[in-house]
Structures are given as structure tokens and as C-alpha cells.
Design a protein around this ligand. Structure first.
Ligand code: PLP
Length: 361
């Protein structure tokens, strides 16, 4: 049996999802006639407190659709230097939209420094710089260890952008993790944002799908873009049915994943060969480095560690630069965390037997 902590994307659909998929009432969604897709879209819009929603195949399609809908060719969108939209979405903004990414450094919690952000926003008065039309936030922030941006930060950053005529898109692939961790309704957290993408296929455990939400006008324009991207599906209700179960049954249990991630982080923090890399373990991720007492181990040694650990039945993912990531999710319970910690400890003792605690980090 493998304990797969690479990502919450590896979750299997629940029995209730398979049942709902089997029984789903379907129609042609390009005609707007799939009752199950329509129900999912209404439910998503309601949960996020927006007028309308659009079912898309993936988080990447949701974010790319949002970019192409908000920003015409030659316009600029501000993204964080650690953002998923910047680093992991295939360059779709440039390739498909002729959109210029203007990169601002993320703070350790995944947010932005207000002054740096304000300085990055430009209008169309200077031919040297493409005008800023969109600010992209990410919540929770993947490369920043699953940190949740607080309501205060979300509000402040949205207002800063809006005051300059800039729209805000939230890459909320894991926005429900943020809402659960902060103890807020998700609608409050995204109240000031113009659009939000969230994934059904991560901690919410659906097999496929994401939603893009926003105003009715925005979603009707986004629908056109989705069609162009090949995302106009037909009897998509078989997929949407699992998404409805995800929203109705799988949100509150995210708190269990967060508790398991904290348990894992506490166990890892006791090992002298490990340095936790993110400032918080607030949701379902733990990011860390390996350390030999003198220095952090480079990527190749981390790859060796992952390969050895795989033989012990535990999978982790790499985020490059010697960063390792463990993600908790549906299907991972407390005993799995205990087994994973024991395997990590054994593997590190083999690889780095003489590491002393308290080396420089
Ligand atoms: C996974 C993820 C996405 C993209 O989702 P896919 O469904 O894999 O395309 C976007 N943003 C963040 C922060 C993610 O973690």
C-alpha cells in the first residue's frame, strides 16, 4: 500500500460521487441544457456569493479563461513570482492571449507588499509599459506552503487594485481550504474579487473539474472563451454530478486534512535533518528542506531521498530547488501520517546518519 502525499489531486472519487455520476441526469451543455451542470453552476455561484459560474475541465482552464476574458492582447496582468498561474500553467497567457505578466515578489505568506504592488500598477499613459488590467491573487498559496491569505489581506489588496481601475482574479484552486482554516464563509473571503477559480478535483476529491465564478456579464463572456479553448463539453453532467457531491459533502472534512498536516509538520520538525520551509502549516500542505547540519541538500539529493522513500511506500513531491512537499487529503488518516513519519525518519537515518540538530538553517 502506498501512502501518496504528492498532492491532493490523487484523491479518488467517493462512493457517493460514483453513485451520483451513474445516476446523473444529463443534456447538451453547449446548448445550456445539462440540468446537472446547471445545478452545479448555480450551487457554486451561491457558495461563492457571485452571480454566475462556469464549469471548466481544470483549474488551468479556469485561470486561463479568466485571463483571456479580463485582459485583451497587449494588456498586463500582475502575478506573484511564486504563483501557480505564472509558473505552472504552460504560459497560456502569452501563448493564447498575448497577455504580458508583470511579476511582483510574493511575501512568505503568498500575499504582496502593498507598496510594491501599488508601484507595479501602470496605466496607459506611457508607451513603455503595458497597462495593468488585472491583479491575480492565489489563496491558499501553493508554493508558499498552503498559507491562507486572511480576509483583511484579500480586502486590502482588492481595494488597492480597484482604486486604480484594476480587476482582481483569485486563483482559489484551494479556496475552500482557506475558508475552513480561517473559519469564514468562502463568500466573505472572495467578496471583493471580480472572479475566482476553484478546483473540485483537489481536496474536494471530485475526479475532474473546476469552476470559474463572477458576474453574469463576465461569465457570459467567459463562456465564449471556454468554447474557444475546447471546453464546451456536451453531457458533462456525469462529471458535474461528482462536483455537486464535492461541494455538499466534502468541504467541512478539509479540517481533518489540516489537522493531519499539522501532525506531520510537528513530527518532521523533531527530525534534525529537516527544516520546515513555510512560515505556517495552516492548511493541507507541509513544505520542507533536507539539511545535513551544515547546508540544505540540493535537488539531486532530494530526488534520491524521494526514491528511497518510495521503496518504503511513501510518495512526496518536489517543488524544485530542494523543496519537498507533502499534501494531506481524503484517504489519508492519522495512522498513515504515523507510518509516513516513521519511514521518513528511517530513510533519513540511512542517508544522513551523523546529522546533528541545530545546524544553521
Ligand atoms: C492545481 C492548481 C491549479 C491548476 O489546477 P489544474 O486542475 O491542475 O489545472 C491552479 N492553481 C493552483 C494554486 C493549483 O494548486
Amino acid at each position: 500500500m502506498l501512502i501518496d502525499l504528492r498532492s491532493d489531486t490523487v484523491t479518488q472519487p467517493t462512493p457517493a460521487m460514483r453513485e451520483a455520476m451513474y445516476r446523473a441526469e444529463v443534456g447538451d451543455d453547449v446548448y445550456g441544457e445539462d440540468p446537472t451542470v446547471n445545478r452545479l453552476q448555480e450551487l457554486a455561484a451561491e457558495r461563492l456569493g457571485k452571480e454566475a459560474a462556469l464549469f471548466v475541465t481544470s483549474g488551468t482552464m479556469g485561470n486561463t479563461t479568466a485571463l483571456l476574458t479580463h485582459v485583451p492582447r497587449g494588456g498586463a496582468a500582475i502575478v506573484g513570482n511564486q504563483a501557480h498561474m505564472y509558473r505552472y500553467e504552460g504560459g497560456g497567457a502569452a501563448r493564447l492571449g498575448g497577455i504580458h505578466f508583470w511579476v511582483v515578489s510574493n511575501q512568505p505568506d503568498g500575499g504582496f507588499d502593498q507598496e510594491q504592488l501599488a508601484a507595479a500598477i501602470t496605466d496607459d499613459s506611457d508607451e513603455h509599459t503595458p497597462p495593468t488590467l488585472l491583479l491575480c491573487l492565489e489563496n491558499t498559496h501553493n508554493r508558499c506552503g498552503g498559507c491562507a491569505l486572511s480576509l483583511e489581506q484579500m480586502t486590502t489588496l482588492c481595494r488597492l487594485a480597484h482604486a486604480r481601475g484594476v480587476k482582481v482574479h483569485v486563483d482559489g484552486a484551494r479556496i475552500f481550504n482557506a475558508a475552513v482554516a480561517l473559519g469564514l464563509p468562502v463568500s466573505q473571503l472572495v467578496a471583493e474579487a471580480d472572479s475566482v477559480t476553484f478546483c473540485l478535483s483537489k481536496g474536494l476529491s471530485a475526479p475532474v473539474g473546476s469552476l470559474l465564478v463572477g458576474s453574469r456579464d463576465f461569465i457570459s463572456r467567459a463562456r465564449w472563451v471556454r468554447k474557444v479553448l475546447g471546453g464546451g463539453l456536451r453531457q458533462a453532467g456525469v462529471l458535474a454530478a461528482a462536483g455537486i457531491v464535492a461541494l455538499e459533502q466534502m468541504v467541512e472534512r478539509l479540517a481533518e486534512d489540516h489537522a493531519h498536516a499539522r501532525l506531520l509538520a510537528e513530527g518532521l520538525a523533531e527530525l534534525p535533518q529537516i527544516r520546515l520551509a513555510a512560515q505556517c502549516v495552516q492548511t493541507n500542505m507541509v513544505i520542507f528542506r533536507l539539511h545535513d547540519g551544515e547546508r540544505a541538500l540540493p535537488e539531486e539529493r532530494c530526488a534520491e531521498f524521494r526514491a528511497r522513500l518510495k521503496n518504503e511506500g511513501v510518495l512526496l513531491s518536489s517543488m524544485d530547488d530542494g523543496l519537498l512537499r507533502a499534501v494531506t487529503h481524503y484517504g489519508i488518516e492519522r495512522p498513515h501520517i504515523e507510518l509516513a513519519l516513521a519511514a521518513i525518519k528511517r530513510t533519513l537515518e540511512e542517508m544522513l546518519p551523523r546529522t546533528r540538530p541545530g545546524g544553521a538553517s
